[in-house]
Design a binder for this molecule. Sequence first.
Ligand SMILES: [Zn+2]
Length: 198
Amino acid sequence: MLIVKIFPIYTYGFEVLRKKTKRITKIDDKLIEIAGSMFYTMHKAHGIGLAAPQVGLDMAITVIDISRSEENKKIKTEPITLLNPVIKDHHGEAVMEEGCLSIPYVRADVTRPATVYIEYQDLDLKTQHVEMKGFIARVAQHEIDHLNGVLFIDHLHKDEKKKLRPELDLIRKGEIEADYLLAEITKKTKPKLSAQRR
Ligand SMILES: [Zn+2]
């Protein structure tokens, strides 16, 4: 029997969000459970994408479901699980506002390619190729970034990031609340503020 649960979300400041994730080479019940729990956690938090580092896992897996979003009313898109995704090619440029379950309340316009060609493995570990454009391409790029330790705020101009600094500091110190479960900042994971300010 598969057990699906809600994972706590790791927020800005946790090291796990800054690590490049490990490739997935084996599909077992544990991985299927993780994928199911990631979808469940994402839906409960009203998210549209969730990557493993956001739930504290060092694995190259992300789940995406934009079917309940406003932007999806025109084009219907099925939920998708991407294992080991890589952007092989891209074109165009688009600006869209982004947010992140790991960076609550912070939103900013981010410039990214408009169309991406992604190679990934599905839950049978079969290699697939997909072309994505529009909103789904945006979400996929954000999530693939997570698997490489990159956050959307890293794409901002430094002046713009500076403006977000007070909010980011509060998140890093755990002085925020969200309407979904957050990972607790313990003594061990407490960020060294001075060290990170360099
Ligand atoms: Zn995110």
